[in-house]
Write a protein that binds this ligand. Structure first.
Ligand SMILES: [Zn+2]
Length: 225
């Protein structure tokens, strides 16, 4: 899981093999292009739809959600989330997914998702505040560091999502074009798959459709490589 934060720059070409080398320890799922730079994108991708109708939820339990935050540098190693906190994180995930989806599809942003994201943004300062005391003088410190871990993590993730959705990378946001995958990525060139695995599956589906003369709905038809 820690490797997810150390992913190098994505090659701007079709060589997916190098990308597939970076894997999460959670089920061997590679980090999606762009999700290494935007933790909010990684959050959006944290409930992975697998072939066969299963969902791998990396935030499915308080322990899993804690590990996700620690691995992303958003909580101290000794943190222990309660289920209500994990649920808040999953809720923010759905709001970010709704906003990313509307951005990708060119639809109006859902008001409920905007409200939820803004609520997370304003619930806690995402930065260290300026403090003064007699021994240390002026210094920066987090407010209520032990009781507001989750609020701060939510605020940081919400701010990252806002940056992603309004910055220069927003136009490259795209949904993985390999059903049933539900992940989002930052597109490079024509590639619109989140992983080697998804690219292989989309190619296999197209090849099968060609061979059998059935189906035209595989992939998006724009990344024929
Ligand atoms: Zn995918």
């Amino acid at each position: 899981m820690r490797a997810m934060r150390k992913t190098g720059a994505v090659e701007p070409d079709e060589h997916e093999e190098a990308q597939g080398a970076v894997t999460s320890e959670e089920g061997g799922i590679p980090v999606a292009p762009g999700a290494d730079r935007y933790p909010a994108l990684d959050l959006a991708n944290s409930a992975v739809a697998l072939p066969g109708g299963q969902v791998l939820d990396l935030l499915g339990t308080p322990a899993a959600a804690t590990r996700w935050l620690v691995d992303h540098g958003l909580a101290p190693a000794e943190a222990e989330l309660r289920e209500t906190c994990a649920a808040q994180l999953r809720s923010l995930r759905e709001q970010i997914r709704a906003l990313v989806s509307s951005r990708v599809d060119g639809h109006p942003a859902p008001g409920s998702a905007l409200n939820g994201l803004n609520d997370a943004l304003t619930r806690a300062p995402a930065v260290s505040l300026l403090n003064w005391d007699a021994t240390r003088g002026l210094h920066r410190a987090l407010s209520h560091p032990t009781t507001r871990i989750v609020e701060r993590a939510l605020a940081t993730l919400a701010a990252d999502a806002a940056d992603l959705l309004t910055g220069s990378d927003a136009d490259r946001l795209t949904a993985c074009g390999s059903p049933p995958c539900n992940r989002y990525l930052l597109r490079h060139g024509r590639r619109h798959w989140c992983s080697t695995r998804c690219g292989d599956r989309a190619r296999a589906a197209r090849a099968y459709a060609r061979r059998t003369g059935t189906g035209t709905g595989t992939g998006t038809g724009t990344g024929e490589n």
